[in-house]
Design a protein around this ligand. Sequence first.
Ligand SMILES: CC(C)(COP(=O)(O)OP(=O)(O)OC[C@H]1O[C@@H](n2cnc3c(N)ncnc32)[C@H](O)[C@@H]1OP(=O)(O)O)[C@@H](O)C(=O)NCCC(=O)NCCS
Length: 185
Amino acid sequence: MRHMDGSPAPRLFPPPDMTFQIIPMTPAHIAEAVRVQAQAFPEDLRESPEVFANRMERFGAYFRVVFMGDRMVGYMISFPWKLGDTPVNNETFPADLPEPDCFYIHDIAILPEARGAGISKAMLDDAYQTALRLGFDAVSLVAVGQSGNFWDNAGFVPYMQVGPQKLGRVLEIYGPGARLMALPI
Ligand SMILES: CC(C)(COP(=O)(O)OP(=O)(O)OC[C@H]1O[C@@H](n2cnc3c(N)ncnc32)[C@H](O)[C@@H]1OP(=O)(O)O)[C@@H](O)C(=O)NCCC(=O)NCCS
């Protein structure tokens, strides 16, 4: 096809296919999830494959990965947890964990080219459904680095029912600006 003036019309490419599928994470997904992590988080916030595996042993049933076609483009690490507590980043869990009373979102990571397609929204919905199924009435997390606006936007509010010692610990583990947040569901 040509324009009236004879110049070639720009080619119309089909829009990229952004359909995605969310499935449970298995140990076989860990290596690829670690590669996604490297594109989503700065080095000081990343966790090792060993820590992924340790978290998965305890709570893997709640972890998710997301695929576009046959390519993993994101993952979510989440588990039952004690409101007001936070896991230590890149450290295996202690043998004994307190009795959980909320669902905790530890990580959501999406490859840059797959963002804006509604994946995190779908993963959050998945987490809220799990939380309700487990009988919890809150979802909690620590907002780190640049992600604060994202969690504000999703309706999370700062969780303040903890003493200065625990809040200090959140900052110590996750760096300046980290905020303990919760969403009643
Ligand atoms: C934050 C992140 C998970 C969002 O993923 P996404 O697939 O683009 O999210 P969605 O397309 O589902 O968008 C959901 C909503 O969040 C908003 N949003 C996305 N990224 C945002 C950001 N950085 N700040 C504020 N809002 C944001 C979208 O505009 C959308 O809003 P709407 O519902 O009002 O339209 C992704 O950018 C990412 O992996 N970032 C790096 C890792 C990270 O910071 N993870 C979160 C902390 S664990």
